[in-house]
Design a protein around this ligand. Structure first.
Ligand code: FMN
Length: 219
């Protein structure tokens, strides 16, 4: 009932403003305002509690063309030295971005909901394939567009999240441009980019790995 009053109040106010009638009878305001305020407060309290509960919860999102390869080995090393959770994109079924959103019922939205609701920091773990992130990781990034197209509330929640990237390859010739899609996507979405690390497949530098973990944990 109070909610209805508050909604009517807001609706009525908008209508009044539209027609230049800025003043409402005091009784209407007195009845509707407490409900409106308590609802707003409830939303703020819930969001704050949610943030507290998932403080520093970190997930490593793995995107490689094989489940038992170098990226998996790197991530195993990473979680041996941390308490990060992992999600393997190969465990989910989602297809590349569709302008018609005919794939909106595949696993992508459910997966991103799960990630956004449970974690603060996302570490993307990808092998280097042709100087870029892996194909499955790119598809995951392309599908973020869904969150701007029709899951906007979910997309807005990314503004409170942090992003980092860890890679592996056989060559040590990654230029700074490699990180650009991650950094710029993070900027575009209002996320905070907190760092990256490139590792060599046959020689993971443990000191660098531990420094990377410290960097994630202090953020
Ligand atoms: C399709 C493909 C493209 C690759 N391109 C590169 C590359 O551009 N630079 C590089 O250093 N290594 C490249 N590699 C080697 C992989 O980055 C390296 O073997 C990596 O550790 C593989 O990780 P994975 O076992 O998780 O797939 C490529 C490998 C594949 C399969």
């Amino acid at each position: 009932m109070r909610l209805m009053q508050a909604e009517q109040f807001i609706f009525h106010s908008k209508k009044c403003c539209k027609f230049g009638l800025r003043f409402l009878p005091l009784a209407v305001i007195e009845n509707a305002l407490p409900a409106s305020i308590s609802n707003t407060l409830a939303v703020i309290v819930n969001t704050t509690l949610q943030k507290e509960n998932m403080k520093n919860k970190v997930v490593v999102i793995i995107g490689s063309s094989r489940n038992d390869g170098d990226t998996k080995r790197l991530v195993t090393e990473l979680i041996n030295h941390s308490n990060f959770d992992t999600i393997n994109l190969n465990d989910y079924n989602f297809s590349y971005y569709d302008y018609e959103h005919e794939n909106s019922n595949d696993d992508y939205i459910k997966l991103t909901k799960r990630i956004i609701e449970n974690y603060n920091t996302f570490i993307f773990a990808t092998p280097v394939y042709w100087y870029a992130m892996s194909g499955i990781m790119k598809v995951f990034f392309d599908r973020i567009t869904d969150l701007l197209d029709f899951e906007k509330e979910l997309g807005r929640q990314l503004r409170t999240k942090k992003m980092a990237v860890i890679t592996c390859s056989i060559g040590n010739n990654l230029g700074d441009n490699f990180w650009l899609p991650f950094i710029e996507t993070s900027n575009y979405l209002g996320m905070e980019y907190i760092g990256n690390l490139h590792t060599l497949t046959d020689n993971i530098n443990k000191t660098e790995l531990k420094q990377f973990i410290e960097q994630i944990n202090k953020n």
